[in-house]
Design a protein around this ligand. Structure first.
Ligand code: SF4
Length: 387
């Protein structure tokens, strides 16, 4: 039944392509044939705003999603643990961090960590997502202890932890190589890593929005080292600020090239910039966040561009709001991320969505979008399908 629905959709798209702008029709036709689109074609799609062409981009992405994911839409039951907010970097888009000595700065003790893990277990979490800030008072020992404490409380729980920026910090702080740091973290309990700190992988953008952060080249090196060691990661993009279409297309190309080489990415996560209370939003060259239309278009273009290489496209309900996140399930997305329980990054910047969605809410949202809900693990093993 579902198959028939999607072949009728394909039929409709093929008819539509005959009426569409020939350049767009050519790109989408090749995408439907399973061919790669290049960065110039990606930019053409990102610029498109005519109703017929835009709807054809949407339907192409929806069809391609179905060919790799069926109609299964996943979520993970997890919780966040942000172990410190004290940071020496002060990225301009960040409203979470506090400078050293600030009265609102904090570091979680191991007892705090244990409490949060017990809370995660009580909610049925299979994952804890652990990220902090670059706190000069924390040494490598703290990170190792943190991982071991989590595994002591819940040996089965999946630890998804530490961005490439944190890995780089640990390497500098300890004098160990990136590889040695990653191996030690893995031996202490690390399972996978968030591919955050990617923001936009272009150094001219990074110089404006996060001048203290690792370069594009370093981010790639750390990610590839992790993948080579068998530590899988997500891939992310943080957009809607000073970047242009070319930056986005190049970013997608970097992700696709890494994936061709390593196959280490579990998913690609779209993270629109939440701007309300950030320094970056006050800069004249910065846009006031993304728009729903662009969120949808980028979701579809990401599916088309990464097709065959990155199976899972995740949308962030915290940043988009649950209603827009649900709509994007028809624009190429097949994953809604995690329950989170606690959220400390987007809310200080002005996100207004709740900080916790229950599995029941996910199931309801996904069914209402005409898809089949399923709970997954961090690495996308299906645990339960809610037919
Ligand atoms: S984004 Fe991360 S590294 Fe940058 S200021 Fe915030 S906490 Fe620090």
């Amino acid at each position: 039944m579902r198959e028939e629905h999607y072949y009728r959709l394909l039929n409709f798209v093929e008819h539509g392509l005959k009426l569409a702008d020939p350049q767009i029709a050519h790109i989408l036709d090749r995408a439907l044939d399973g061919k790669e689109i290049d960065t110039q074609e990606c930019i053409i799609l990102l610029k498109e705003d005519r109703p017929l062409e835009l709807n054809l981009i949407k339907m192409t992405a929806d069809f391609l999603r179905w060919t790799v994911c069926d109609d299964i839409v996943t979520f993970v039951v997890n919780r966040n643990i942000n172990f410190t907010n004290i940071c020496i970097l002060r990225c301009k888009f960040c409203a979470f961090s506090r400078p050293v000595g600030h009265p609102e700065g904090y570091v979680l003790s191991m007892d705090d960590i244990r409490k949060k893990v017990r809370e995660a277990i009580s909610f049925g979490s299979t994952e804890v997502c652990v990220q902090g800030a670059i706190n000069p008072d924390l040494d490598f020992e703290y990170y190792i202890k943190l991982l071991k404490t989590i595994k002591e409380e819940a040996p089965w729980i999946h630890i998804h932890a530490f961005s490439p920026q944190e890995v780089y910090y640990l390497s500098v702080k300890s004098g160990l190589s990136i590889e040695e740091v990653l191996k030690t973290l893995r031996e202490s309990g690390l399972d996978t890593m968030p591919g955050t700190a990617a923001e936009i992988l272009s150094d001219d953008v990074r110089k404006i929005i996060c001048p203290g952060k690792i370069s594009t080249e370093k981010w790639i090196e750390i990610i590839k080292t992790a993948h080579r060691l068998g530590i899988r990661t997500s891939a992310t993009i943080m957009y809607g600020h000073v970047e242009n279409f070319e930056h986005i297309a190049n970013h997608l190309k970097i992700i696709r090239e890494i994936q061709k080489e390593t196959r280490g990415f579990t998913e690609f996560v779209l993270l629109p910039f939440v701007h309300y209370r950030t320094e970056l939003a006050k800069m004249p060259e910065c846009r006031p966040g993304s728009t729903g239309m662009f969120d949808a278009k980028l979701c579809a273009v990401s599916r088309i561009f990464l097709y065959k290489y990155v199976k899972n496209i995740q949308v962030s309900w915290v940043k988009l709001g649950r209603r827009l996140a649900q709509l994007l399930l028809s624009w190429g997305a097949n994953d809604l991320g995690g329950t989170l329980i606690e959220e400390n990054i987007s809310h200080p910047a002005g996100a207004t969505e709740t900080t916790f969605l229950t599995p029941r809410e996910f199931i309801y949202m996904i069914r209402e979008a005409g898809k089949i809900p399923a709970e997954r693990t961090t690495v996308y093993k299906i645990l339960k399908v809610y037919r």
